[in-house]
Design a binder for this molecule. Sequence first.
Ligand code: SF4
Length: 383
Amino acid sequence: MDNLQALKTRVKTKAGELGFNLFGITTPEPPPHTDVYRAWVDAGRHAGMGYMASERARSRRANPRLILPTCRSIIVTGTYYDPPAGPQPAGAVEARVAAYAVGEDYHRTLVRRMEALAAYIEEQLGRPFAHRIYTDTGPLLERELAMRAGLGWIGKNTCLIHPSGGSYLLLAEMLLELDLPPDTPFDSDHCGTCTRCIEACPTACILPDRTLDAGRCISYLTIEEKGTIPTELRNRIGAWLFGCDVCQQVCPWNLRFARSAPDPAFAPRGILDPLQLHRFLELEAGSWRSELRDSPLERPRRMGLVRNAAVVAGNTGRADLLDRLEMLMMKDEEEIVREHAAWAIARIAGARSVETLKRALASEPSEQVREGIQRALSSISRR
Ligand code: SF4
């Protein structure tokens, strides 16, 4: 045991050197709140994320030993990223991207660092050891494991919150066959009577049992949703092009404790430095990937990003983007892009766009898009 305690101390020091800010160990016993996760899936709150609902996914989340049968302990790390800029005056915001996503894809960064940590452990042991590494990439209840590893509590906004660092952090885990001594679980709730995140959520997606109605969450709608964004939620998305930070921005624990955590890996880069909305409307099928390589923004692919950019253009009233939106509505290969562009044109130009929309309606081959254009026209006549 002494040897394992000494090894844990060395591994924790090494984790800090590699850039991990928080470090804890827990056991592979079934995580707490597994019943809440099951009830969430049963209620269909996972929306289109079917990969979270299969029986296999459920069983593995409830029992880490189904992932690694020899698992004896789990390392959980937390890495802070720079908080988002505060509220900005209307007109000053081109578009917003969740703060964790402006730099290199954290999946790559954190897995690379975890692999370096595994190599260090191997060096210390003088032999290979069985392990699995995850960072939001596998069937683990990450926040529950982090809580049990002593890293913080799960807030009403569903984020893991550290009592002296806030919630702008990324989690990563290593399941391993070594019996590293566990840390004391974090068992207190510091949300108290606060409900700021619930009140601030633009789409009212935060549920009373510390879960989200994913189908209403802006992060889901702008990242995971592969189809149409429900018309009634589009204006609530505001300027969010990818993800959303609202429930974290209002949290007193972030207002008090979140600090700059400049990590070169997470600094804005490429098309996000500086972020210009028109560049997302101009993404081309043949070249979008090279513009977004190694960025979390690859996930919604070109269709999702242009769709989101049209929604943001509509919400921010960007008349200077009308020509581009019209071109997308008339000519884009993706039905979803054409329909969202029509919505944005109607929202920006109102009655001035009726002729343009009618022209598009006359030449539109897709019934689904024609219905969308009709809705856009009706929304103008109701104003
Ligand atoms: Fe908890 Fe308030 Fe933060 Fe929401 S805003 S997570 S209720 S402390």
